[in-house]
Design a protein around this ligand. Structure first.
Ligand SMILES: C[S@@+](CC[C@H](N)C(=O)[O-])C[C@H]1O[C@@H](n2cnc3c(N)ncnc32)[C@H](O)[C@@H]1O
Length: 239
């Protein structure tokens, strides 16, 4: 299936923006369906690693409809969720309207050009966002810049399993079942075919860990989930 949403280079952001504008309304439902609800557990793990408490400042990039941002705010941190899609942020705002968390705000912006000074946040998270950036390396550099010394950087995203057989099964799932579910439940197969396409162009957990080391982060860890089909990258900014 040709993918209308993946585009290399400068056009990429516009394509990604139009994709999320189209699926925003169905995003949470499809997320639960495709991952059998497991994304919730993986996000809890991210929040635990973020280790924030009252008085801390947390930033969640590519926050989408806000899952990670809500969880960080519930732990008491002054939390900002940032995303460039007005449609995704509208869903997040609606959810916040119901929850009314006073320590949580959502902001429209580009994860590759953050409107914050250096050394601002105790924890900076990004869930299923890095893979979507025009430059994932630039995204990590920005996460590093705005983290405080000792601050934690945590990336959750699709991964590439090391085992060839498992990788083939998993890529087949992303190629066949995920677009099928997208088509059945939100009438849009190509938006969901984009996951595999974007993953092919994203070097995933090992390269992210390598970049974290090059940024001089300490305690760099890769936590493989489902045999590496998903991964959490963790690192701390030098004090
Ligand atoms: C797959 S969603 C992830 C949403 C949420 N973090 C989650 O885990 O459910 C990816 C999000 O990244 C956002 N995004 C993509 N490129 C971005 C950029 N350059 N700056 C800010 N947000 C971006 C999209 O608008 C979308 O909401």
């Amino acid at each position: 299936m040709s993918n209308v949403f993946y585009e290399p280079g400068e056009q990429r952001a516009a394509k990604v923006g139009s994709l999320f504008a189209r699926i925003a309304r169905h995003y949470d439902f499809l997320n639960d369906l495709q991952s059998f609800g497991l994304h919730r557990r993986w996000k809890q793990r991210v929040v635990k690693l973020a280790g924030v408490a009252t008085g801390d400042r947390a930033l969640d990039l590519c926050c989408g409809t806000g899952d990670l941002a809500f969880a960080l705010a519930r732990r008491g941190a002054e939390t900002t969720g940032l995303d460039f899609s007005p449609e995704m942020l509208a869903v997040a705002d609606r959810r916040n309207g119901k929850l009314k968390l006073p320590n949580l705000k959502f902001l429209q912006g580009d994860a590759q050009q953050l409107p914050f000074p250096d050394n601002s946040f105790t924890a900076v998270t990004i869930g299923y966002g890095l893979r979507n950036l025009t430059s994932w390396e630039r995204g990590l550099e920005e996460m590093h810049r705005v983290a405080r010394p000792g601050g934690r950087l945590i990336v959750l995203d699709f991964g590439k399993p090391a085992n060839g057989l498992w990788r083939a099964i998993y890529f087949t799932h992303l190629k066949m079942s995920v677009p099928l579910l997208g088509w059945l439940f939100c009438g849009n197969a190509s938006a969901y075919a984009y996951i595999l396409e974007s993953l092919k162009h994203y070097p995933a957990q090992l390269a992210v860990a390598d970049k974290m080391r090059r940024l001089n982060l300490t305690d760099v860890r890769v936590i493989n989930l489902l045999g590496g089909a998903m991964a959490i990258n963790y690192g701390e900014k030098v004090r």
